[in-house]
Design a protein around this ligand. Structure first.
Ligand SMILES: CC(C)(COP(=O)(O)OP(=O)(O)OC[C@H]1O[C@@H](n2cnc3c(N)ncnc32)[C@H](O)[C@@H]1OP(=O)(O)O)[C@@H](O)C(=O)NCCC(=O)NCCS
Length: 143
């Protein structure tokens, strides 16, 4: 039997990440079982993850990869979802971001559960859809 204690679930919002999206899932976002459809969460994460790379690319960009996607806890109708993002890698033509999603459960106030965590990579492309260099002067995070 393990004597290790598991880390306590995070119940506060991160102060060192940028809030890029807030949204409340609706009944129309549910699957046949009445739970929030995972594909809906993935779409929101893709939208949220694109916010910071868009500042760097300043032109067309596409999602090339979902490197990791973890549904840690279920999302429910009426939860207030907060999406936080930070850049983990800037390549030649690509940017990788980590997105963390926190739920303020319906009816609670100021209590948060981390429900989803994902890593996505976006590529800057030209008007023919070919990868292009990320502007080097755009690497400063706007405040
Ligand atoms: C994104 C796309 C233009 C890249 O074209 P490509 O020929 O693979 O280009 P490259 O091999 O030069 O890779 C470009 C960058 O993407 C990165 N990349 C490519 N495949 C990747 C993968 N599977 N995972 C992570 N990064 C990847 C490369 O490392 C490179 O980054 P870097 O320049 O910072 O080192 C092309 O794959 C594409 O158009 N994909 C479809 C995108 C799309 O439609 N997305 C929406 C889906 S609905």
């Amino acid at each position: 039997m393990s004597t290790e204690t598991s880390p306590r679930p995070q119940t506060t919002l991160p102060l060192d990440r940028e809030l890029v999206l807030k949204v409340i899932p609706m009944p129309a976002d549910c699957n046949a079982n009445g739970d929030i459809f995972g594909g809906w969460v993935m779409a929101q994460v893709d939208l949220a993850g694109a916010v910071v790379p868009a500042r760097y690319c300043r032109d067309r960009m596409v999602t090339v990869a979902v490197n990791q996607f973890i549904f840690k806890q279920p999302v429910r109708v009426g939860d207030i979802l907060s999406f936080f993002a930070h850049v983990t890698r800037i390549g030649n033509t690509s940017i990788t971001v980590q997105v963390e999603v926190f739920a303020e459960r319906f009816g609670t106030q100021g209590q948060y559960a981390k429900v989803t965590e994902a890593s996505l990579t976006y590529v800057a492309v030209d008007h023919e859809g070919r990868p292009q260099q990320i502007p080097r002067d755009g690497l400063q995070q706007p405040t």
